[in-house]
Write a protein that binds this ligand. Structure first.
Ligand SMILES: NC(=O)c1ccc[n+]([C@@H]2O[C@H](COP(=O)([O-])OP(=O)(O)OC[C@H]3O[C@@H](n4cnc5c(N)ncnc54)[C@H](O)[C@@H]3O)[C@@H](O)[C@H]2O)c1
Length: 329
């Protein structure tokens, strides 16, 4: 056990729990979540997200999971993995990040380190440092304590691209000894770190990974709608086009979850704030949202045909409606 580093992971969801589980294997770590039910279940070794089995939740190095704010005071290395949803009017909702930042600020000590992992718009880390960490701690980032950003790429349910195997971006601008400490902790999380001094570059890189996918899927959805209306064979069109070496093979369909439908709005928010018009940014959103209607009509048509053939009402199985609560579908 390395005594000098005591990590605290704030938010033990899809992103935070795997981070915490890896860290507690080496450091005395605190897993903090504001949801008492999540904490109660995890303390009983039950992960309702079904990512971890009971025996993987047996903690080492005197580590613990808690929703008691006082528990985090032994920590000196904070990792923030709380949700970053959008409001009903598609604006970034930073309330969880703000609450977590205030909590950390109240416990910050000299030479402590804070790394944000939640998906954000570029400039958010700086905003949280200036308005919450500096203000509530009465310390100064870059002098008294240090802040970085390391976006997440976990893919729940995907056993191939697990946190230890995928490349992880880590952005921090700090003195050598602090960077060394950060790398020591992050090597425990991922063996393939991509380092940068630019937090804004890392923040932007994260959202554009998802926006690029959203736009590519939207384009292929458009082609599906076109083929359908023209009565062309979509699969045959894709088979032929894919024979070109640089054709990108995206599949049409519904775009749900909480990343692709959200992240374009995060980047759009900051672009608008700076009066920058990005013409393609939200183009995928309309198309991908309209696919629900398209699929529904197809199913209705199929059901009406089937109904005429069989006497009973057909049964419909909907898979992956939401893989977690409150996400857009
Ligand atoms: N799930 C993914 O596939 C994925 C992938 C990449 C990035 N992300 C990003 O990572 C972040 C976290 O996502 P997630 O899927 O893990 O969310 P989640 O909803 O699964 O988990 C978040 C946890 O944070 C807790 N929480 C909320 N506010 C808190 C606070 N102030 N203090 C302590 N705990 C708090 C919640 O109770 C919850 O257990 C988001 O920004 C998301 O966009 C998610």
């Amino acid at each position: 056990m390395i005594n000098t580093i005591n990590p605290c992971v704030i938010g033990l969801g899809y992103v935070g729990l795997p981070v915490f589980i890896r860290l507690q294997a080496k450091f005395r770590s605190i897993g903090f979540d504001s949801d008492p039910y999540r904490v109660k279940n995890l303390s009983k070794k039950i992960d309702t997200n079904k990512e971890f089995k009971k025996k993987q939740l047996i903690l080492k190095n005197q580590s613990l999971i808690s929703h008691d704010k006082k528990r985090i005071k032994i920590s000196n290395f904070y990792i923030v993995t709380v949700p970053t949803p959008i409001t009903k009017s598609n604006k970034p909702d930073l309330s969880h990040l703000i609450n977590a930042s205030i909590l950390i600020a109240k416990h910050l000590k000299k030479n402590d380190i804070v790394i944000y992992e939640s998906t954000v718009y570029p400039g958010t880390t700086k905003f949280l440092v200036n308005n919450y960490l500096n203000k509530y701690s009465k310390l100064k980032e870059g002098k008294d304590f240090f802040v970085g950003y390391s976006p997440e790429r976990v893919n729940p349910g995907d056993n191939k691209h697990t946190i230890s195997k995928i490349k992880k971006i880590l952005a921090i601008s700090a003195p050598k000894n602090i960077k060394h400490k950060v790398k020591l902790v992050y090597k425990q999380i991922s063996k393939k770190l991509i380092l940068t001094n630019s937090i804004e570059s890392a923040e932007t890189a994260k959202v554009i990974e998802n926006i690029q996918r959203d736009l590519n899927i939207a384009f292929i959805n458009d082609i599906l709608i076109f083929s359908d209306k023209m009565n062309y064979n979509f699969d045959e069109i894709i088979r032929l086009a894919s024979s070109k070496w640089n054709f990108l093979k995206f599949k049409p369909g519904l775009v749900g979850g909480h990343c692709l439908p959200v992240d374009p709005h995060y980047l759009n928010y900051v672009a608008k704030l700076n009066k920058i018009k990005l013409k393609t940014l939200l183009a995928g959103r309309d198309v991908n949202n309209s696919m629900q209607e398209f699929v529904l009509k197809k199913v209705e048509k199929k059901i009406s045909i089937t109904k005429s053939k069989i006497a009973r009402l057909p049964k419909v199985l909907i898979c992956g409606l939401t893989y977690k609560d409150n996400v857009q579908t």
